[in-house]
Design a protein around this ligand. Structure first.
Ligand SMILES: [Fe+2]
Ligand SMILES: [Fe+2]
Length: 266
């Protein structure tokens, strides 16, 4: 399956102006309009919005085109570029969504879909980070594992009939200049055998987190995808199906904390 040329161009153009999700837009604007921008709060909100995460990465590639394959940390990007540069870049994307919400121009069905998209992304990110932690992955990599879960279904935002969300997400990731490990996650989380050597662990972790969220958590975090997972993922990660079930309550409460945080910010 490949993406039609006209759709491909539309997605590329849209990626450059992709707005914030309704869940984060008001919070982002509150922070950006305050006298002193709170870098920690801005960072937290960017990290729970897969679209703003991509926009921040895209900004980074403008300033450091040669570093884009090794950078994936929003915290580091904010330090290197300065919080005001990041703020000025993402503000128009949040403003667009805030205005659309105020004008009630996003219909109820779209809002519900985006809410589901958002919850699934965050729940998968939190679960992927937890798996990395439990498996003794270097803590410096936790943010990358979280990002893998956050962006794995990026292509589902677009809902283009007859095209795979992996391909659509891959196109967005390439346009935004996302780290190639994250690109691999987006392209191969439903077919882990295709992931490249060093990225296989990251791809398998995102696939397991996705499977767990779709099979074990409440309907709010699910995307409707059938929950299946190949044997190779369990083997590669050396974990058993009971492993995550044992920690289900803890993961549910972590996801709820994030939900509460967003509500406070908005
Ligand atoms: Fe998916
Ligand atoms: Fe998913």
């Amino acid at each position: 399956m490949s993406i039609d040329r006209a759709i491909e161009q539309q997605i590329i153009n849209f990626t450059r102006v992709m707005p914030a999700l309704p869940q984060t837009a008001n919070g982002i604007m509150n922070i950006c309009n305050s006298r002193f921008v709170d870098a920690r709060h801005l960072y937290k909100l960017i990290c729970v919005d897969p679209l703003l995460f991509c926009q921040t990465q895209a900004l980074f590639t403008i300033y450091y085109p040669k570093l884009n394959t090794i950078y994936n940390s929003i915290a580091k990007i904010m330090i290197m570029l300065n919080v005001n540069t990041v703020k000025n870049h993402i503000m128009p994307f949040a403003e667009k969504t805030k205005d659309a919400l105020a004008a009630k121009s996003i219909n109820k069905k779209t809002l519900e879909y985006q809410s589901c998209f958002w919850r699934h992304a965050v729940a998968t990110g939190i679960t992927a980070r937890f798996i990395a932690k439990e498996r003794g992955i270097d803590p410096a990599q936790f943010e990358l594992y979280y990002a893998a879960g956050l962006v794995h279904d990026l292509g589902k935002y677009f809902q283009v009939e007859g095209t795979s969300h992996s391909e659509l997400g891959g196109l967005v990731a390439k346009t935004a200049g996302l780290y190639e490990g994250l690109l691999d996650v987006i392209l191969h989380h439903h077919d882990v055998a295709k992931s490249k050597g060093t990225n296989a662990d990251l791809v398998c972790t995102a696939a397991l987190a996705d499977y767990f969220v779709n099979s074990s958590l409440s309907a709010q975090q699910k995307t409707g995808s059938k929950a299946t997972l190949g044997k190779e993922v369990w083997q590669r990660l050396s974990v058993s199906p009971e492993f995550l079930e044992k920690h289900k309550q803890m993961l549910v409460s972590e996801i709820k904390k994030c939900d509460a945080y967003i509500k406070v910010e908005n």
